[in-house]
Design a protein around this ligand. Sequence first.
Ligand code: NAP
Length: 294
Amino acid sequence: MAKVAWIGLGIMGYPMAGHIREKGGHDLVVYNRTTAKADKWVAQYGGQKAASPHEAAEGADFVFCCVGNDDDLREVTLGPDGAFHALKQGAVFIDNTTASADIARELDAAARARGAGFLDAPVSGGQSGAENGILTVMVGGAEGDFEKAHPLIACYARQVRLLGPAGAGQLTKMVNQICIAGLLEGLAEGIHFAAKAGLDIPAVMDTISKGAAQSWQMENRWETMMKGEFDFGFAVDWMRKDLAICLGEARRNGAHLPVTALVDQFYSEVQAMGGRRWDTSSLIARLERVAANT
Ligand code: NAP
């Protein structure tokens, strides 16, 4: 039985850690900044609560992490109470946060200097994917570390793949977000147009979702977009954090991302409309507002 630690019991981390306990049968030591969530997790799944990331990582074979952004990640790893100060030789640190490729490379080097391994392993599939244990996990790192950690990651995933050295997982997640950004604006414009054209939107969606316009976003979001319901799902604030990472990386590697940059601006307008916590499908609310004012 491996000794497993988990840092960050948010919307994603809480159920993901739960799958490692329930499907993997491993005992976990969990840390969460807001202690009440760690208390709730331990009451639900058993295991132990740690007072800091450092304490959680002590003696662990695998240390999982799922926090918000680069700064949070740096704090829970290299900060004064950070997990890296306690990483034992041969341990593997698996980071599920959506963060930059730069910090993945930095943490990979820092882990290696301590004789441990590091995998950047951002996820796709949202809250429901985490709760149902069917996430897609995009991994960067060394083959040996990946092989060790794969059976544990598989507890919360349907698809797990090593895509290259440290940073490759985060770069793949950027591709995922670039694809989704343009797609969501296209879907929003399609539904907005259908409404203006006086079409029967459910009939239109039922028809075209069987053809080339089909997508996960279309199948799962058209109805709530049509009704103007956005109080769930993947928050616009998170998406802007992800798009800033994509656009920053593109500035460095020379990729041209005109639609991604435009959609990022549209999301800033959704934020200004009060939609910081709205699902990313709320781009349609911006279209309706612009159309109403022209
Ligand atoms: P969340 O519910 O806000 O949880 C964030 C977690 O990180 C919480 O446990 C929070 O602790 C902890 N945290 C943040 N800053 C910290 C710090 N400085 N020190 C210690 N702990 C800190 O977010 P989430 O939805 O689970 O998302 C987590 C990551 O997954 C993000 O990178 C996000 O982009 C990515 N992601 C999310 C989704 C989604 O649908 N939600 C989908 C794919 C990927 P507290 O409880 O104390 O705040």
